[in-house]
Design a protein around this ligand. Sequence first.
Ligand code: ZN
Length: 82
Amino acid sequence: MTCQDLADFLMDYIEGALPQTQRDEFDSHLGACPPCIEYMKSYEETIRMGKTLCDQPDAPIPDDVPEKLIRAILSARAKSAS
Ligand SMILES: [Zn+2]
């Protein structure tokens, strides 16, 4: 697994959506690649921020939230509204 693969699947990993074999590859990559650990930490931080935003539907979304996360937040809001 490369750093790019890790970045691509990070959201699935955090959500627990990855199959066990891929989780194992993830874990072994993380164990050997400090930059990816840092990346994952900042990603988790962004997700926490996103969850806060989901809990406050009227709160404005900060400009520095990644586009992908904004879409995830908006779809989560749409789901909880229905
Ligand atoms: Zn890496």
